[in-house]
Write a protein that binds this ligand. Structure first.
Ligand SMILES: [Zn+2]
Length: 146
């Protein structure tokens, strides 16, 4: 559409061609939230791509990597685990911009008191910052508003 004079696309043929994991047509009358539909669509398309010469096309296009981090405040110990994602839920309510929502997303939280994290290096519960930061951005970012 970006390269054409058409202002809209008719997805009817595309939607009719979609089949779930057991070969049933997609029920377009079933109400889903956007994340649920995205995951279903992603799974269907990724499954169909496995027999093509680009089986990782969706993951390479829409996939990113989060680094889930635990930063121990007692001894500056650091644990990081990678997690792949195809979308992020960024809260934009009460924010002026998406950037503010992203800033809050990566800010993280302090685990302390009864929520303190058991640090294996310190071998005791320590106040710990838990946060998720974007390690690798997807090639294509999609934003929805709900
Ligand atoms: Zn520690």
């Amino acid at each position: 559409m970006q390269q054409s004079k058409v202002s809209r696309a008719d997805p009817t043929d595309f939607v009719r061609s979609l089949r779930d994991g057991i070969g049933q047509p997609l029920n377009v009358n079933a109400q889903m939230d956007v994340h649920e539909f995205w995951n279903l669509l992603f799974d269907i398309l990724e499954g169909n791509l496995q027999t093509t010469h680009q089986p990782d096309l969706l993951r390479e296009t829409f996939g990113g990597v989060l680094s889930n981090q635990y930063i121990c405040q007692g001894g500056s110990h650091y644990i990081s685990r990678e997690e792949r994602f195809s979308y992020l839920s960024i809260v934009v309510k009460h924010h002026e911009t998406i950037a503010e929502g992203l800033k809050q997303f990566v800010q993280g939280e302090m685990l302390s008191g009864s929520n303190a994290y058991l640090c294996t290096e310190c071998q005791s519960k320590q106040s710990t910052i838990r946060r998720s930061v974007i390690q690798t951005l997807p090639g294509m970012r999609t934003f929805t508003h709900n």
